[in-house]
Design a protein around this ligand. Structure first.
Ligand code: ZN
Length: 193
């Protein structure tokens, strides 16, 4: 088993990042192997979430893992969500900084629901329902966006606030960064449930 290549928006095969992924219909060793490799890839890259399209597989699967934190009972376990769907989102939204393994080095501020309830299947196809708050809720929303071809930069309201971090005198300092317009996509218009 080895880590998979993470596709970035700057790569020639980046179009997979912009396609809605397909529903998973076959559960079995092949899916298990993909998930195992995705977890390894996420960890190796130091990420907290990874969606299958980011490794070139257009399927509705993502993995997530919060760094261990005694204060947060949601941390310290791996989440594997197959065919996830947000069935409830809090009206309360919070703005927070996001980055993405497919947009390396670039960070921006995104508004997300503070809490979500997600219905999904586990790697064996069993129905699961998860409630996520705070950072984990943000990750779930970011990863589910990936499955719909949406990237966090599309949700950034102030593109001039996109930034990268550079080390200056042993300190990390934010510096503005400009992304060419063709890297962005308009958000799909909201559909009524
Ligand atoms: Zn991402």
């Amino acid at each position: 088993m080895g880590a998979l290549r993470i596709i970035t928006i700057f790569d020639e095969d980046a179009s997979v990042l912009r396609q809605p992924a397909r529903k998973v219909k076959r559960f079995g060793p092949e899916l298990q192997r993909l998930v195992d490799e995705m977890i390894e890839t996420m960890r190796e890259a130091g990420g907290v979430g990874l969606a299958a399209p980011q490794v070139g597989v257009p399927l509705r699967v993502f993995v997530a893992e919060l760094p261990e934190d005694e204060e947060d009972p949601q941390s310290g376990r791996v989440y594997v969500l197959v065919n996830p769907k947000i069935i409830k989102a809090s009206l309360e939204e919070v703005e927070g900084e996001e980055g993405c393994l497919s947009i390396p080095g670039i960070y921006g501020d995104v508004w997300r629901a503070e809490e979500v309830v997600v219905r999904a299947q586990d790697v064996n196809g069993k129905e699961i329902r998860l409630r996520a708050k705070g950072f984990l809720a943000r990750i779930f929303q970011h990863e589910i966006d990936h499955l719909n071809g949406i990237l966090f930069i599309d949700r950034v309201q102030d593109r001039t606030a996109l930034r990268t971090y550079v080390q200056k005198d042993e300190e990390w300092v934010a510096e503005p960064v400009t992304l060419a317009a063709h890297y962005f996509r308009p958000l799909p218009s909201p559909v009524s449930p």
